[in-house]
Design a protein around this ligand. Structure first.
Ligand code: SF4
Length: 467
């Protein structure tokens, strides 16, 4: 699809908005000729041209530029909804952290009524999505405030996986030579030691070791990594390790994690259906995964997360019912329900797999999940959205009361400094008094990360020290 838009500064916003209506189509901006769809904004009028037809809407004048842009986006949304004959429950919101908007309105002491009105009128959200955001923001508030300026969290990336799942778009590295992992851990320990020194006057609150699959490391490497965290930064209040893949887990791994001080793990079935897992290239024995879950409980892990994905190929309502039935039996303390997102770099995208037809089904599946949650003790506590997510939906984290994952909330709402360690990891350094966040991303490939580690350490140290 080509779009003609005469105001360049609006390109990104409108691109993201149009993409929610045609997620599988290539969208590009071009000159006036050779158009099959054009959006124009002139003299406070938003127009949509399709071949010979033109539909136009007036946009009210608003002095503040930010609000004027929102008004234009609302007009374009209306035009697109009319043209494609469907509504968009997320309105003009296209960012990945919508709860942040509610947190900011709460910071300005706006009450519930005003916040819901702003969400539904200014951002054109459906009432259900506005309520969901408000509920989540209220749940997070006691954990996020007051902002603990002297505390920080760590994210440590282990980018290795035994095989690659077809939906994966992370820069994961498949098992190759043992030396790859040894060298990586060596560099990572160096980065940890240096950052530990820079952060010595601050208090470590949470650690999240993710990836990739951290439990795919050899026992020896995992041991030095866990010991390194304690030596360089001290013991955190909350320590999560992603133990996502059944084929990398054993009682021995759980004992090691427990012994070193890890408090939470995440086991990620994605689905309990073997036929689906086979289709998405994920190696997993579900019976063993459930046995491992029970063993982890016996070993003393009293907070376990499970990830699921809605919209996996071939799955319908019956498959979802079975997954929900298993969740009810197991009752993990945390539950994360993702909607499939077909991203660049995944095998799904490479194969141009057509998952679009299943989009209405995903809406029904989400409704079923909401009913399941409403009848359960789970409460939603964090939410994020992704580009290319099927049906323009969302990912939601649920928790049993008091079992919310602090790291997930801090990271998603950007209310605490999070230092990323390892290849690809992102650091967010918060300066609450200036209402400012500095981002710093480590190199995205192994060679650069290892070769340029001194440069990374130097730049990141300066940002943390604020010089
Ligand atoms: S386990 Fe996770 S990180 Fe590894 S390939 Fe599968 S989706 Fe990607």
């Amino acid at each position: 699809m080509r779009i003609y838009l005469d105001e360049e500064k609006l390109h990104y916003d409108i691109f993201e908005l149009v993409r929610t209506f045609v997620p599988r189509e290539e969208i590009c901006f071009s000159g006036e000729e050779d158009l099959n769809l054009a959006i124009e904004y002139k003299n406070r009028k938003a127009s949509l041209y399709k071949e010979d037809k033109k539909v136009e809407l007036s946009v009210p004048y608003i002095e503040e530029e930010k609000l004027q842009r929102r008004a234009f986006k609302r007009a374009v949304l209306k035009l697109l909804e009319g043209y494609y004959k469907k509504t968009s429950p997320w309105g003009i919101l296209t960012g990945i952290r919508p709860v942040k908007i509610v947190q900011e309105l709460m910071d300005q002491k706006k009450d519930r009524e005003e916040i819901l009105e702003r969400l539904t009128k200014e951002y054109s959200l459906s009432k259900e999505k506005a309520d969901l955001l408000y509920t989540i923001a209220c749940r997070q508030r006691p954990y996020l405030y007051p902002i603990k300026e002297d505390s920080y969290s760590l994210y440590i990336n282990i980018p290795f996986c035994p095989t690659r799942c077809d939906y994966c778009s992370f820069p994961t590295i498949l098992y190759k030579k043992r030396d790859y992992r040894k060298d990586y851990i060596k560099t990572l320990l160096r980065e940890m030691e240096a950052m530990g020194k820079v952060l010595k006057d601050k208090k470590l609150e949470t650690v999240y070791i993710g990836g990739g699959t951290p439990t795919s490391l050899e026992k020896e490497d995992l041991t030095v990594l866990l010991e390194g965290v304690k030596e360089d930064f001290g013991l955190p209040v909350e320590w999560t390790v992603e133990a996502g893949r059944e084929d990398t887990l054993s009682q021995e791994v759980f004992f090691l994690l427990k012994e070193k001080g890890v408090t939470r793990i995440s086991l990620n079935p994605q689905s309990f259906h073997d036929k689906t897992l086979k289709k998405i290239g994920r190696v997993q024995n579900n019976d063993r995964l459930i046995r491992l879950y029970e063993e982890a409980k016996e070993i003393g892990f009293d907070c376990i997360n499970m990830d699921f994905i809605l919209g996996l190929p071939g799955e319908g309502m019956e498959d979802l019912e079975y997954n929900l039935h298993k969740i009810k039996e197991l009752m993990p303390e945390n539950l994360t329900i993702h909607t499939l997102s077909v991203k660049r770099g995944s095998k799904f995208m490479e194969r141009q797999e057509n998952l679009g037809g299943e989009r209405d089904l995903i809406g029904d599946m989400l409704e079923r999940v909401h009913r399941f949650i409403a009848e359960s003790p789970y409460e939603p506590y964090y939410l994020y959205r992704q580009k290319q997510i099927l049906g323009n939906h969302e990912n939601v984290g649920y928790a049993l009361p008091g079992k919310e994952n602090l790291y997930n909330m801090y990271m998603m709402e950007e209310r605490q400094t999070v230092i990323g360690l390892g290849m690809t990891s992102n650091s967010k350094i918060l300066y609450p008094n200036e209402n400012r966040i500095e981002n710093y991303r480590n190199y995205k490939n192994l060679r650069d990360y290892q070769n340029k580690i001194d440069e990374i350490i130097e730049k990141k140290s300066r940002l943390i020290k604020g010089v």
